[in-house]
Design a protein around this ligand. Structure first.
Ligand code: NI
Length: 169
């Protein structure tokens, strides 16, 4: 496994639409392993392939900070089938370092995807997990959270005294 460079806002690749994954191969296996390592190294709760410069529909998510590597989700060609409810809260992104903004997301989603064995999985997610899925899936279509945020981007540093930790995707 290896760390990959995280692309930051302003890089054109973050604005492109990603392509579906047709089959698993060694190259994609390595990409997934590297994405997990890169996400954990950056203390993020999610990472999408375009954030490491690869235009494939793959995201990794792990909202359980306490147990890294325990149960990360690898979602290939993910599609949201249902969404309902509403949650409003601060969001950050590893590609927009040092910033947060308030974003409204559904509080519950049902997502269908292929796991790394290319087996189809459907699962229901709520709260932070649902927020992470929405944020990461947006990346696959070139959308950044700042495009859908209600408020302006704010500096994390300026608010460090108020918040102990921010979630970054
Ligand atoms: Ni992000």
């Amino acid at each position: 496994m290896a760390l990959r460079q995280i692309r930051v806002d302003g890089d054109d690749i973050l604005r492109k639409k990603c392509k579906e994954v047709k089959e698993m191969n060694e190259r994609t296996e390595t990409l997934i392993d590297d994405m997990l390592e890169t996400m954990y190294d950056a203390a993020g709760v999610g990472l999408a392939a375009p954030q490491v410069g690869v235009l494939k529909r793959i995201v990794v998510i792990d909202v359980d900070y306490e147990n890294p590597y325990d149960n990360p989700y690898v979602m290939i060609n993910p599609v949201i089938l249902e969404s309902d409810g509403e949650q409003c809260g601060d969001e950050g992104c590893l590609s927009i370092p040092g910033k947060v903004a308030e974003v409204t997301r559904p509080n519950r989603v049902v997502v269908k995807f292929l796991d790394r064995d290319m087996k189809e999985v459907t699962l229901e997610a709520t709260e932070l997990f649902a927020r992470a899925i929405c944020h990461e899936l947006d990346h696959l279509d070139g959308v950044l959270y700042k495009d859908v945020a209600e408020g302006p981007l704010r500096d994390v540093e300026a608010e460090e005294a108020m918040y102990e930790e921010e979630d970054e995707f």
